[in-house]
Write a protein that binds this ligand. Structure first.
Ligand code: RB5
Length: 147
């Protein structure tokens, strides 16, 4: 599976940890930055990753900023993106099962490395349930077509 990953400076350290973890697991990861702790603007990296997922070039994306809030708000502005900010195993598995989230967001200043790995595993290894949840996602997609 091809996964695009990105962060701002607040998520940089966690991004490097999550990236290494997933590469070791055999995932095909493309890192779209940032590349250091130097201050940058999170919408720039949200857009890079979200566009890769929205275009279909990548099946999933992972984004991190300090809290995960700004980068998830930004990613959700891109058509077709369902970015979910997750804090634990339960929110991550439900983001996959109910929301079919195609981008996972986490906070580098709020979530520790071991919890982050657990979140990523839960999100990647849980399938979308479909059914009534598909109807709800279709309504979200309709909202994207309105002005
Ligand atoms: C950057 O200092 C910080 O605001 C950002 O990483 C993120 O937490 C925003 O939501």
């Amino acid at each position: 599976m091809k996964i695009a990953i990105g962060s701002d400076h607040g998520g940089f350290v966690l991004k490097e940890i999550v990236k290494g973890y997933l590469i070791d697991k055999g995932y095909d990861i493309e890192d779209l930055g940032c590349d250091s702790n130097e201050s940058v603007d999170y919408p720039d990296f949200a857009l890079k990753v979200a566009e890769k997922v929205s275009s279909g070039a990548f099946e999933k994306g992972i984004l991190m900023c300090g809290t995960g809030i700004g980068i998830s708000i930004s990613a959700n502005k891109v058509k077709g993106i369902r970015a979910a900010l997750c804090h634990d195993h339960l929110t991550a598995s439900l983001a996959a099962r109910h929301n079919n989230a195609n981008i996972l967001c986490m906070g580098g200043r709020t979530t520790g490395p071991e919890t982050a790995k657990d979140i990523v595993e839960a999100w990647l290894n849980t399938s979308f349930e479909g059914g009534r949840h598909s109807r709800r996602l279709a309504k979200i997609a309709e909202m994207e077509c309105k002005k």
